[in-house]
Design a protein around this ligand. Sequence first.
Ligand code: IDP
Ligand code: MG
Length: 152
Amino acid sequence: MTMERTFIAIKPDGVQRGLVGEILSRFERKGFKLIALKQLIPSRALAEQHYGIHRERPFFNGLVDFITSGPVIAMVWEGDGVILNARKLIGATKPLEAEPGTIRGDLAINIGRNVIHGSDGQGTAASEIALWFKETELNDWNPADQIWRVEN
Ligand code: IDP
Ligand code: MG
């Protein structure tokens, strides 16, 4: 078992469309553990750093405009294999290519309004968690039913 943490954010379109509860429930029902959650309107500096890898892409400025346009729900989720598993729950970047049953497949149409972000690997998970959260905002806790989620 590889216990991991990943950074997940509901983008401004997901918040504006009232999809926060729907999205949270998918992660909760799966069995992952919520370690941190906050709502914030990201600064331009935070958004530019978060999407720094896309700085040279033609959509970069529009992406930063969009992600800073309203509240985002920033979260850390923990669990066995959560980084790749969250990407599966989220679905493909282009919503029209995302399978039904995934968040983007069920809830989004457009690549520029694809509702949710999830870290894509161990390196980005660690750096995104550190970018969005202080160490003191991450809560270590044990769900009472943990033994019914994982064998050991
Ligand atoms: P990901 O969110 O599935 O990891 P990335 O390729 O890392 O996808 O792109 C980051 C975000 O940038 C996407 O979720 C999407 O919001 C936006 N994006 C990516 N490609 C395009 C594009 O061609 N047009 C507009 N927005 C894009
Ligand atoms: Mg990405």
